[in-house]
Design a protein around this ligand. Sequence first.
Ligand SMILES: NC(=O)c1ccc[n+]([C@@H]2O[C@H](COP(=O)([O-])OP(=O)(O)OC[C@H]3O[C@@H](n4cnc5c(N)ncnc54)[C@H](O)[C@@H]3O)[C@@H](O)[C@H]2O)c1
Length: 282
Amino acid sequence: MQDFNNRVAVITGGGSGLGRELALCCAGRGMRLVLGDVDEAGMQETLRLVAEAHPGTEAVTMRLDVSRLEQVQELAALSKSRFGGAHLIFNNAGVSVNGPIWQSTEHDWDWVLGVNLYGVVWGIKAFTPMLIEQNEGHIINTASAAGWLNGPSSGIYNASKTSVVAISETLALDLRDAQANVGVTVLCPAFFPTGIHQSERNRPADKADTVEKSEVSLKRAAALKYAVEHGRIPAADIAEMTLKAVEKDQFYVFPHRKIKQLVKLRAEAADREEGVFDSMNP
Ligand SMILES: NC(=O)c1ccc[n+]([C@@H]2O[C@H](COP(=O)([O-])OP(=O)(O)OC[C@H]3O[C@@H](n4cnc5c(N)ncnc54)[C@H](O)[C@@H]3O)[C@@H](O)[C@H]2O)c1
């Protein structure tokens, strides 16, 4: 898609970080906004910033949990009833948890896969038929460098993001089979400054049981916080790169070039059938 003016952008996780910057970029291109997030105050702050930067932008918010299919379907219905459809679908909400994989709890798995994997799956399920019917649209799934490189202490997150890459590739091939005029992009950034390292703020009360903190997992959590806070590319730039990729109908987006090098090194390590690839010490 190239002409975004007056089209509709649906953004999950629109109340913080990358989702907020995507909202600002889309509003800057004259789009109408549908924001979905568990954090209503965060979405209101996004709306305030959008109104300040791009007065007159039409926008609607819905408090929702993306791990629930019926709620994502309600978001699609809201977009249709309020704005007549939806064009850019950013399946972007995400959370992370740390800990050795064997110690992670059922709640950790349910929560992180629910948001990061099922959130994307339900976004695809709820919106793709509308896009096919319109014969116009683009689905953007936020994966991560963790969809390709598996660092320690983030097994659930890695599994979720690897799956997002897998389903994005399959979705693009299925849409090609269906001869649908619907594009797909999978976004694979490394660390950049947002609230992702404070994901526990979004953990639901009924999934409170989590991995016990050990010295090693606390060290890993501190390293994650440092890496996120010191990420060199701001979220605003990642959002702009993403919109440019959609304009070019580009499928893969690696904002951090070093990641592509590491992906190649990982493939070479697999080709040599050696020990496990460590992207932190390649
Ligand atoms: N920041 C990074 O370093 C980084 C790197 C690679 C990928 N990502 C991905 O970018 C995406 C955006 O995250 P971010 O970095 O902006 O973090 P963030 O914490 O700033 O934003 C995530 C948003 O998702 C929302 N959210 C959480 N659970 C939800 C749920 N169940 N339903 C609906 N909304 C929910 C949060 O309220 C928040 O507004 C995520 O998918 C994340 O995995 C981030």
